[in-house]
Write a protein that binds this ligand. Sequence first.
Ligand code: NAP
Length: 293
Amino acid sequence: MDVGFIGLGLMGRPMALNLIKAGHRVHVWSRRRESMQPLLDAGAGDCASAAEVARHASVTIGMVSDAPDVEQVTLGTDGVADGAGAGHIHIDMSTIAPAAAQSIAARLAERGIVALDAPVSGGESGAIAGTLTIMVGGDADACARVLPLLEAMGKSITRIGEAGAGQVAKACNQIITGVGVASVAEALNFAARSGADGAKVREALLGGFAYSRILENHGQRMLERNFRPGFKAWMHQKDLRIVMDEAHRLGVALPAAAAAAQLFNGMMGCGMGEDDSVAMLKLFERMSGGAGE
Ligand code: NAP
C-alpha cells in the first residue's frame, strides 16, 4: 500500500526502509535532504513537505522529536492535515506527552483525520532489525487496519487503549529504562573504583536476578566505551521530563525516576547531550573524581 513517512532520523530511516522491504510504496519527507537520501536511494517517493506526503498516501507515519515537532508536521503549515483526504490515518511514533498526543488527536479528528499514537521501544538496533515493541493508543479499527504496517517495523504490537494510552505505556518504559541505565552505570563505576573487572562483574550478574537487557546491551556498550548514539541522552532527558510533568499533574510520587532525571540533567550540563544515554557512565566517573572522558 502507499504509505507516507515523515522524520527520517536514527529511528525513522530504518523503520521506513523496513516498510519498503515489506513491499509498501513509501513516500518520504524530512527537513534535511541528507536525512532523505538513503530512502530515495532505496526507491522511496520524494516529497517536498508533509502535506505532499499525505497527498500520496492514505496512511502517514511520523517519527520526529518532541510534541512541538509533531504539531508542526501534522497541524502546521504544509503539515499532514493540509494534504490528507477524508478517512486518512496518521500514526505518530515519536515519544511525546500523553496529554499532547490526546490534544493533537482531537485537533486532527476535527480535520477528518484518525490519529494513533504508537511510540516504540527497542532502540536503533530494533528499528534496523524490524523488531520494535510498539505501544498503540487510539481507535481499535484504525489500529487493526494499519497492523500490517506496524508488523513490518515491530514484533510486539499492543493496543493499550484510547488516544494517549500508547504514550502512557512508553512513559512507563522510560521510567524503567532511565532508572535502569543509571543503575548499570552506577554499578559498573562502583566495580571499576573497587578494582574489579567490570566485564567479569557484568558476566556474573547476567546469570542472576540482576539480569536485564539493559545490563546486557547497555552494560556491554559502557565497557566498550561506545557512546555513539543510538539513543541520544537529550532524548532520554526529554522523555523523563515528560514523565515528571505527568507525575506532577497527577500527584504521583516517582522518586527513582526523579533521581534518573537529575542525572540526565547533569549529562546535559556536562555537554553529553548528543552522546548515547550509556554515556551516563562518564557522569558517574566524574562524580567519583575520575576524568569521565
Ligand atoms: P533523530 O535521529 O534526532 O531524528 C529525528 C527526526 O525528526 C529527524 O529526521 C529530524 O529531521 C526530524 N524532525 C524533528 N523535528 C522536526 C520538525 N519540527 N519538522 C520536521 N522534521 C523534524 O531522533 P530519533 O532517535 O530518530 O528519535 C525520534 C523519536 O523516537 C523521538 O521522539 C525519540 O524519543 C523516539 N525514540 C528514539 C529511540 C532511539 O533509540 N533513538 C528509541 C525509541 C524512541 P532532520 O533529519 O532534518 O533533522
